[in-house]
Design a protein around this ligand. Structure first.
Ligand code: ZN
Ligand code: FE
Ligand code: FE
Ligand code: ZN
Length: 264
């Protein structure tokens, strides 16, 4: 099984289980490598309760390093999942620079102030033309890539999370975003949490993954576990999807550099 690079800790206030419990679950699931990627501190201007504070960053790092010491038989990476939220780039750049992370996932969770992936805000999709929402989302993905601040694009088509899809063709939006991702040398997070949502699909779709393969964009795998039981969740399906798209290798990251490893 490939590494699970997308896992959270209780410091984000919406996950349960200490890193050691995730590590134990990873060993049970037969994983040889995991990485924590908890939500990065952000300026407090929006939804401050959904992530660690800047003062908690050292505690986060210590938790992960403590886990690494406790499980020498497991490779444990130190990562982050950062929001790309225009206007916060300098803040995030400074946070990322404070610690020698192995990788940083960049994710879009907000369109303006709208936390569109939050179930409590999902009703705002209702009765709207979904195409402009997708257009805005993929425009932000392009912007994320252009910052060159991130190694991996988190849950690449999470805009489909609640099952809303435009009635007209929107593939061009995806392709333009992928061109930017390729230009930045980033990988895609093949994220199995979408299977547990109304979208009932891994992020990203097979269509996106095939286009990514054609652009030589790398891949990593993530469960987006917010509880230990989810570590490595549905990775057999994720690997099958990657193979179907033509992938033979995934990436592993150390100190923000990657190497290619064959898909097991
Ligand atoms: Zn989260
Ligand atoms: Fe996310
Ligand atoms: Fe996440
Ligand atoms: Zn995530």
């Amino acid at each position: 099984m490939p590494a699970d690079y997308h896992m959270h800790t209780p410091l984000c206030n919406h996950a349960v289980g200490e890193p050691e419990e995730y590590a134990r679950r990873a060993l049970e699931a037969g994983l040889g490598e995991i990485g924590f990627s908890d939500h990065t501190p952000m300026p407090t201007t929006y939804d401050p309760d959904w992530r660690m504070t800047i003062a908690q960053l050292p505690e986060y790092v210590e938790k992960v390093l403590r886990c690494r010491r406790a499980f020498p038989e497991l490779s444990i990476k130190l990562g982050l999942e950062s929001d790309f939220h225009p206007g916060t780039e300098e803040f995030v750049r400074e946070v990322i620079g404070r610690v020698p992370f192995d990788y940083v996932i960049g994710s879009i969770h907000y369109l303006g102030d709208w936390g569109f992936d939050n179930p409590e805000k999902a009703h705002l999709f209702e009765g709207r033309d979904v195409y402009p929402i997708y257009e805005q989302y993929y425009g932000l993905v392009e912007g994320l890539a252009r910052t060159r601040m991130f190694d991996i694009l988190g849950h690449p088509d999470v805009i489909k999370k609640f099952g809303h899809r435009p009635s007209r063709d929107y593939e061009a939006l995806e392709l333009r975003a992928l061109d930017a991702v390729a230009g930045a040398g980033m990988a895609l997070d093949i994220n199995t949490s979408g299977l547990r949502r109304p979208a009932k699909e891994i992020y990203p779709s097979l269509r996106i993954l095939k286009a990514a393969r054609a652009r030589d964009i790398g891949i990593t795998f993530g469960s987006d576990a917010h509880e230990p039981a989810r570590v490595g969740d549905a990775f057999d399906r994720a690997v099958a999807l990657a193979r179907e798209a033509g992938y033979t290798h995934s990436r592993r990251y150390v100190a923000r550099r990657f190497e290619r490893v064959p898909l097991a």
